[in-house]
Every structure is written in structure tokens, then in C-alpha cells.
Design a protein around this ligand. Sequence first.
Ligand SMILES: [Zn+2]
Length: 291
Amino acid sequence: MYRIGILNYPVVHSGNLSLVKKWADQEVEMVFIPSLKLASSYQRCPDIRALPSDVAATILHGIEPRMVFTSVGSVSDITKHCDLEEVYCGSDEVSLGVTEEYLSSFLADRHPTIHVDPSFLQWDRKNVFTQKPVSPNISMSTDTFSQEMMGIALSEASLASDWWRQVGGVIVLEGSILLADHNQHLPNEWAPYYNGDPRDACEPGKNGELCSAIHSEQAIISKAARIGMSLEGTSLYISTFPCPVCAKLIAAAGVKKVYFLEGHASLDVPEVFHAFGVEVIHVQLEPSNIE
Ligand SMILES: [Zn+2]
């Protein structure tokens, strides 16, 4: 059995050193490191500070002598070692891109087992657009008040004229509703229907900021600013989990609890909420509250 690894290695840090050690423990024999030139063909924004691949290979050989590290300038360089049964690769866009091209160009008639290991190094395209479960350790709420507030958030959502997405939110302080609002198009509700919807040029789920709508959370927070209302210490009940732009507004405005009904976290939302001490609570509607 012959095992190889394909790993972009622009910088040495404890995370990717752990990955290399793990592969050595799994008896990977040779690791191919794409050169900067090869890596650049898979990256939208090549990292000008990245280590040259031959330098990375030398460093890694000193740290993990159980494996051979080879710098490769093209995918075809990997074929010299093609009698293999398993391929290990990093999860970043360069490692995945090189592996995919290698498999499709040189191993199309063979089917080695592929192992993809997390190797988060930077915000590459794949990471930016990944949608994750909100958090595995959030608390869950089914209490009557949460149900009632989420019901109001859903009523607000139903006022949104957007064809595709309706989101409603309610701001609460000490049991009292301060504000509620929903997503709406600006300068008026008919904007996407007069001029065409800019979302038509975007892939679903991507570039959420490119739209003619003000999000529900943005509408609430700007309304608070307009009337001079502090949101410090408030709770937000929102029907869909906030996008990265709204999450930063929520955190910076002083909201301390976000109750949500559905949706995914993307980009740096969990880290932003954690840094600002924003608690995230998943509200589960009782069947009687679901229309
Ligand atoms: Zn948003």
C-alpha cells in the first residue's frame, strides 16, 4: 500500500504541523507541496508572504523525518509516484484543486481512497462561502415567552415584500418589546421589480450583501439610532440567523442575546459573537405555533 499527501504549506503553524504529524502516524510516505506558482493557479489572491515550497519541504523534513516532502511545480510531477492506493489532502482550495486535477488527469481509471483533512490556513473562497451549523453548544429555548416573541418575529417577516426571503426581528429589553422590523428594499419596496433584482447576478447563498434590501437587523438598529434608543443589554429575536454584516452590527450595538429560529452561520459570525459576549439561543417552536 502506498499513501501520498498533497498539502499547500504557505506558513508553519501548530495546526498544520499537527496535520503533518497525523499523516505520518497514518503512514503517509510522501507529501507533495505545490510551488507558489502552481498554488497561484488555484487561488484568487495568492499570499505574497507564503513560504517557497522547497523551503517548506526542508523545514518539514527536519520536523517530521518519517515522511519525504517534495516540492512540485506542476501536477504532472506527482505522477512519478503514482502506484498508490490512498491520497490525503488538505481542505484548502489549493490542496483540493491540485488533488482534483491530479485525480482527473492521471488517475481517472483508478480509484484511490481520498482523505480530506481540515487545514484552515486563511480565508480562501471555500471557507468564505461555507455555511456551518450555528454552533454545537448553543442553548435551546422552548419557553412560552420565546415562542411568543418568535411568533411576532415571524409576523414581521410576513410583511416583507421580497419574493425570496422574508426575515423578521424583535428587540426586547426586560420583557418589553422595544422595536420590530423586517427586511425591505430601498429606496422603496418595488426597487428590485423596477430595475431587476441584483441578486439575479449572484449565486444563491453567496454575496448576501449584494442586494437592494436592508436586512431586518439593519432596519431595527438604524431605527434605534434614528430615535436615539440604546440597544445595550437587549435581546434580539430573529427568524433567520444573522449574516456576517448584521452580526457585527448586533454585537457592536450592545445586543447581548440572539434568539434565532433557522439558518446557518457563515464567515466569522461565531467568533464575533463570542468576542462580544453575545449569547446565541436556538428557539424551537411548538407545533401549535408553526403555521
Ligand atoms: Zn444581514
